[in-house]
Structures are given as C-alpha cells and as structure tokens.
Design a protein around this ligand. Structure first.
Ligand code: NAD
Ligand code: LMR
Length: 342
C-alpha cells in the first residue's frame, strides 16, 4: 500500500469512531480564505453527518474537493443559482458564517461594516426563514456589530432565540493560549486564558490573572505584560500586516472556527459542562446599556446557551481594560441595531 493510502485509511479509521455522527452543518462563505480550511476541518469531525457549503462563487468546487476526504460525512456545494442558499440551509442544525470582506492593512474591523452588514443581514434572513432553530456562529467582522444585526433579523422574523446565536471569538482565546504559553513555557492545551467582552482591539480583554502562568506575568507587570496584552488584542493586525494586503487570519481562524463548532457538537452529543468564551446576548452589563458580551458560556445538551458565567475575579489592570472598552462595545452594538432599523 502507498504511504498516502495507508495514511488515509488510518485517518478514515480514526474518524469512524462510535461517536454519534448526526449533525448537519452549513458553512456560508465556504469558498473563502476561512471557509475552505474550515470546511475541510469540519469534514474531518466525526460528529458531523452532512456539510452544506454555500458561497456566491466556487462552492461546488470546494465541496467536490473536500468531499473526496474519506470520512463518513456527506458534503454538497451550493451557489446562489436555483435557490442554492435555501437548499444549503435546509435541515441545518448549525450554521457558521464566515462570508464577508477581510481587512487590508490600515483598516479597522469597523471599516468592514458597510461591506459586511448587508451580506450578514441577507444570509441571516434566509436562515431565519429556512432554519430558524439552528445554532448560528458568526465569524464575519465586525463581530461586535454583525451579531446584533443577526439578532435584529431574527426578531423581525419573529423567530429570535438568544440562546442560539453566538459571535465566534475563539481565535482570541487560541491566540492568548499560544502567546502566553510561548512566554511561560507551558503546554498550550493546558493554558486556557479566558478572553472576554468582544472582538476588536480594546474590546478583546484577556484575563491572564485567572490562571497560574498568566498570574505570574500579571504580577510582574511592566513591559512583558503590556506587550502580551497588546499582542492578544492586536493579533489580528499582526496577521493583516504580515499578509500585506492579501487578507487577514484564515488558517488560525479556521482552526478556531472548527474548535468552536466542535464545542456545540460535543454538547449536542451529550457531553456535560462544555464551556467556552463566546459573544452572546448577555445580562452581565445590560444595566450599562451593553446587550451583547463575551464571557464563559456553558452549553446545554441542545448546543444552546445554558448558563452565562460572570467574568470572575479581575486584577485591577484587567478591570480597567474592561471598564474602558464598554462604551466602544455599546457603540458597535448600537451601529448594528441602527442598521436594521434604517
Ligand atoms: P475571503 O474574502 O477570503 O472570503 C470571504 C468569502 O465570502 C468569499 O468566498 C466570498 O465569495 C464569500 N461571500 C461574499 N459575499 C457572500 C454572500 N453574500 N454569500 C455567501 N458568501 C459570500 O475572507 P476571509 O478571510 O475568509 O474572511 C471572512 C470574514 O471573516 C471577514 O469579514 C473577516 O474579517 C472575518 N474574520 C473574523 C475572525 C474572527 O475572529 N471572528 C477572524 C478572521 C476573519
Ligand atoms: C482576527 O482577529 O484575526 C480577525 O478579526 C480578522 C481581522 O481583521 O483581524
């Protein structure tokens, strides 16, 4: 047997476990920089039974390609013709949306609002019509605003359930883990830094003091701490700059998006206590006018929000970061709501 064949049989065996594989997942924006590797990673997840890949271009090609991976799930691509979007959404239990423009150097995520608000709105309208009970993960930026847009779309359609709508902030947690473990010499998989509030520069607030390796760095303070916090908050800019006009994070985002989706899938499969930081409609800072907020969220056996945990004990420097960014987050949320009321 050729090495590649041997490897692929091993792969197929390792993915054909006894795990229940009965969840249909749709990726909207599946042919993009994130969409392609995300679709590949989802094809490898044994808990996915069917993948619907939608994009305004190239979706059939991506589905044909990904579909050749010898894992049990099926995979179909849809373009906008012949009601492709609705067909892609039929029966979807999880919908992940990376469709939208990425940043170029010099842009903020808010600069993407004009391009991406209507893309996300239109996709959400179709989801509200065809798969109103699906869990929806929003990757498209600016996440702080696109999630409220989806909420408004679902409210207008009379099918809004805040427990089913998530902003995907997992990449911030992945980065915090990578950067802190790089400094502290810890295992990345055991270096879980909660990252709260939202997903843009100052609204990305890592709670380093909540784990031993991070606490050390926080207590030392000085330049190491300042540089680490800045790198976590502006990790996206680091990639945008390095890609030099060719887009933003795609591969690490696909990894993070696959991890986010896996959390929903594991909870739906019956795993108890699955908890992740994600941006949801939240009571935590509602009294300050902030309707959406990211903090540790425990999932139900339906893969929906079961419990929104508070941010926990904060070091004074973290408290300061959190309080300072709430007015920005409030504006981002208001921009999304205003877009839908216009
Ligand atoms: P990309 O340009 O490579 O891909 C976007 C894809 O969306 C393209 O294939 C495009 O055809 C498709 N698309 C555009 N309009 C569509 C529509 N109406 N329906 C379906 N598909 C449509 O961009 P990318 O690098 O994959 O990034 C996508 C988005 O994700 C950007 O907004 C980016 O800022 C965001 N992003 C978010 C995070 C996060 O942490 N949440 C991380 C990285 C990137
Ligand atoms: C990221 O954090 O990498 C994404 O939000 C993309 C970006 O524009 O930085």
């Amino acid at each position: 047997m050729f090495a590649a064949t041997r490897q692929s049989s091993r792969l197929a065996r390792s993915f054909s476990t006894s795990a229940r594989a009965n969840t249909r997942v749709a990726v909207l924006g599946a042919a993009g920089g994130i969409g392609q590797p995300l679709s590949l990673l989802l094809k490898l997840n044994p808990l996915v039974s069917h993948l619907s890949l939608y994009d305004i271009r190239l979706a059939a090609g991506v589905a044909a390609d990904v579909g050749h991976c010898n894992t049990p799930s099926t995979c179909v691509g849809y373009g906008p013709e012949n009601d492709g979007l609705k067909k892609a959404l039929e029966g979807a239990e999880i919908i992940i949306i990376p469709a939208g423009m990425p940043r170029k150097p010099g842009m903020t995520r808010d600069d993407l609002f004009n391009a991406n608000a209507s893309i996300v709105r239109d996709l959400a309208q179709a989801a509200a019509e065809v798969a109103p009970k699906a869990r929806i993960g929003i990757i498209a930026n600016p996440v702080n605003s696109t999630v409220p847009i989806v909420a408004e779309v679902f409210k207008k359609a009379g099918v809004y359930d805040p427990k089913r709508l998530f902003g995907v902030t997992t990449l911030d947690i992945v980065r915090a883990s990578a950067f802190l473990s790089g400094i502290a010499g810890t295992e990345p998989k055991d270096t879980n830094v909660p990252v709260v509030v939202g997903h843009s520069g100052p609204t990305i607030v890592p709670l380093l003091s909540q784990l031993p390796a991070g606490k050390k760095v926080v207590e030392q303070g000085g330049e190491t701490l300042a540089a680490l916090v800045k790198r976590i908050q502006y990790g996206g800019d680091e990639v945008v700059k390095a890609k030099d006009g060719a887009g933003s994070a795609t591969l690490s985002m696909a990894y993070a998006g696959a991890d986010f989706t896996d959390s929903l899938l594991r909870a739906m499969k019956g795993e108890k206590g699955v908890t992740l930081c994600t941006y949801v409609e939240s009571p935590l800072y509602k009294d300050q006018g902030v309707e959406f907020f990211s903090s540790p969220v425990e999932l139900s056996s339906e893969g929906t929000v079961a419990k929104i945990h508070p941010v926990g004990d904060l070091h004074p420097t973290e408290q300061k970061l959190l309080e300072a960014c709430l007015p920005d987050l409030k504006k981002n949320i208001a921009a999304g709501v205003k877009f839908m009321s216009a």
